[in-house]
Design a protein around this ligand. Structure first.
Ligand code: ATP
Ligand code: MG
Length: 175
């Protein structure tokens, strides 16, 4: 099983860039579950993924619509963006009926922890945390791979991310 990747993300723009990098890793059928408190940066990351995939926007936090399918502008996978904050359980997630769309898209579910895991045995569980200093916007992002799909992929991807962020690939690695 691939080890989790921990990254420190200083700004919202960096969170977008991380989303771009994630878009290079994922393919149609993949599931990404985003966890983190209100305002952590889940939607920022989803927007970056959407831009990286090249889907029709805007990717926003849906107030009434709980899930949205963003079609690709380049014959790639769609982005299926779900905000599960208001869902009371897995049955309500079922009711959104995203499963029919999932094979053709990358599914990103904010607040999906504890609800969405059964949608795919292979998935990325991503947690976004604020640091202790209220004056510091830096977020700590942990990408936790679940399933064989990521066995060899994640290490290569981590090298790309660290290159993009101008850092030494060993710097932030936790095993
Ligand atoms: N390092 C950072 N990474 C991400 N967002 C940041 C960062 N620094 C500041 N921000 C700001 O934090 C806010 C994050 O909002 P966002 O909507 O992405 O959070 P969220 O986790 O989706 O919240 P919600 O649970 O309400 O959906 C944005 O206003 C963004 O500009
Ligand atoms: Mg959000």
């Amino acid at each position: 099983m691939a080890a989790p990747v921990r990254l420190s993300v200083p700004t919202a723009a960096d969170m977008h860039a991380l989303g771009h990098d994630l878009a290079r890793l994922v393919r149609a059928g993949d599931l990404v579950i985003l966890d983190g408190e209100l305002g952590a940066g889940k939607t920022q990351l989803a927007q970056g993924i959407g831009q990286g995939l090249g889907v029709r926007g805007p990717v926003i936090s849906p107030t009434f619509v709980l899930s949205r399918v963003h079609p690709s502008l380049n014959a790639g996978p769609t982005l299926i963006h779900v905000d599960a904050y208001r869902l009371s359980g897995a049955a309500e997630l079922d009711d959104l009926d995203i499963e029919a769309d999932m094979p053709d898209g990358v599914t990103v579910i904010e607040w999906g922890r504890g609800l969405a895991e059964s949608l795919n045995a292979d998935r990325l569980d991503i947690t976004i945390e604020r640091g202790p200093d209220p004056d510091d916007d830096t977020r700590l992002v942990t990408v936790h791979p679940v399933g064989r799909r990521w066995d060899d992929l994640l290490a290569d991807w981590e090298a790309i991310v660290n290159q993009d962020m101008g850092r030494d690939a060993e710097g932030d690695r936790h095993g």
